[in-house]
Design a protein around this ligand. Structure first.
Ligand code: PLP
Length: 435
């Protein structure tokens, strides 16, 4: 792959976009603020490839920030969606695809009941409300660097776009909301014990990413999630595992498949999104039947949505999960391993300090030598080196996340041609990172 001949069409679209949309984008990290330059306006996607408005092709390592597990425009998912669209796009009544998708999620994870919503943000927001309603307590514990969507209570020291833009929080969140959130350093048992010691009787829940991916991939230390589940239980608080990113992605059983399924503990509540929507706006939260029965119409915790469980979105999610077989996860594992090894080799050859971290099929590359265990350490990487690496890869036809704080995603459609395009681009990108 050569340097794109032109990006004129993307530049023109970005200019038009900025005239009508703040920053020209509808979600901040897309804007390339952290790496500079013009985001590519994508006009179509197929398999592992994106095509932009200038006709340039890119191997996609963003995969819509996680959802496109099978690759873009999978024919069977397209056919299922076309069938659903032909039957009408939204009825505001219960439908069979919702039941089938809920059954699929219940079969793959430890949750007993599922409620659908339209975004991961809604899922975590609703799970927090449910936890507060069920416990009668207000305080929420979260970890710095974990991103749970743009929920007021959960934006403090969040990762993802806030990390990319280097802002600790956001304006527009009332001090009273922020005061209800205790933010702790990730992987720090002593901090967790101290917080529960001081506030345990008032803590409704602790929410954590099952395996954080929004400060880059920072896996839990062995036993950390089990310790969190146990600490919550000891204090009558609920343990919420946010699997919006990891769910059906890190493994067939999500992040829980990496530890809970093996160690034998279950979260009280879980949140899902991304992959389970098959590229459509669908997300969910779920948990034990007794807890979920606090939700209206069974219980007193209100939660609702005009498009919740939308038949097109749930059909896409169902088709995706049914096609996400053990062979698919084996392919993702092998492909991710090949890319990781090649990235490391190229950066090593160019003497670029780096560390590659893994959670199942998810991984990310930190531009610093030592392992990253928390948000503070993630912040010690060389983001300028990442920006140079990113642009060289982009010029050679590989679309990485435009931020050093994001996971890299592969899909079932990343075949030999896509992988060789990535591998061929790496030596020059590694050299670019040294300048
Ligand atoms: N939770 C996690 C772990 C996420 O990674 C995200 C999004 O990246 C969210 C919640 C929010 O999901 P959404 O962007 O669909 O609102």
């Amino acid at each position: 792959m050569s340097t794109p001949a032109t990006t004129a069409a993307s530049e023109a679209l970005f200019e038009r976009a900025r005239a009508v949309t703040p920053g020209g984008v509808n979600s901040p990290v897309r804007a390339f603020t952290a790496v500079g330059g013009t985001p590519r306006f994508i006009t179509s996607a197929s398999g592992a490839w994106l095509t932009d408005a200038d006709g340039n092709d890119y191997v996609d390592l963003i995969c819509s920030w996680g959802p496109m597990l099978l690759g873009h425009a999978h024919p069977d998912v397209q056919a299922a969606v076309a069938g659903a669209v032909a039957r009408g796009t939204s009825y505001g009544t219960p439908t069979e695809p919702e039941v089938e998708l809920a059954e699929e999620i219940v079969a793959r994870t430890p949750v007993e009941r599922v409620r659908f919503v339209s975004s991961g943000t809604e899922a975590t927001m609703s799970a927090i409300r449910l936890a507060r309603g069920a416990t009668g307590r207000d305080l929420v514990v979260k970890f710095a660097g974990c991103y749970h969507g743009h929920v007021d209570t959960l934006l403090a020291e969040a990762g993802s776009g806030l990390a990319t833009l280097a802002v600790p929080g956001t304006s527009g969140v009332p001090a009273s909301s922020a005061a209800e959130t205790l933010v702790l350093p990730y992987n720090d048992r002593a901090a967790v014990l101290a917080a529960f010691e001081a506030h345990g009787a008032h803590i409704a829940c602790l929410i954590t990413e099952a395996s954080p991916g929004n400060m880059g991939v920072v896996p839990p230390a062995p036993g950390f999630n089990a310790f969190l589940a146990e600490t919550c239980r000891a204090h009558g608080a609920l343990f919420i595992s946010d699997e919006v990113m990891t769910g059906f992605r890190a493994t067939a059983q999500g992040g829980w498949g990496l530890d809970g399924a093996i160690e034998g503990w279950v979260p009280d509540l879980m949140t899902f999104g991304k992959v389970m929507g098959g590229g459509f706006p669908a997300a969910a939260f779920g948990g034990r039947a007794d807890l979920m029965s606090h939700l209206a119409p069974e219980g007193s915790v209100y939660q609702a949505g005009t498009l919740s469980g939308n038949p097109v979105a749930t059909t896409a999610g169902l088709a995706t999960l049914r096609l996400a077989t053990p062979e698919v996860y084996a392919h993702l594992d092998a492909t991710a391993a090949t890319i990781r090894a090649a990235v490391s080799e190229a950066l090593h050859a160019a003497s670029v300090p780096h560390t590659v971290q893994v959670a199942g099929t998810m991984f990310s590359v930190f531009f610093r030598e030592a392992p990253v265990r928390d948000f503070a350490e993630a912040g010690q990487q060389d983001t300028a080196a990442y920006a140079a690496f990113f642009h060289s890869m982009l010029d050679q036809g590989v679309y990485l996340p435009p931020s050093a704080y994001e996971a890299w995603f592969v899909s079932a459609a990343h075949d030999d041609r896509a992988v060789s395009t990535i591998l061929d681009a790496l030596p020059a990108a590694a050299l670019a990172a040294t300048t």
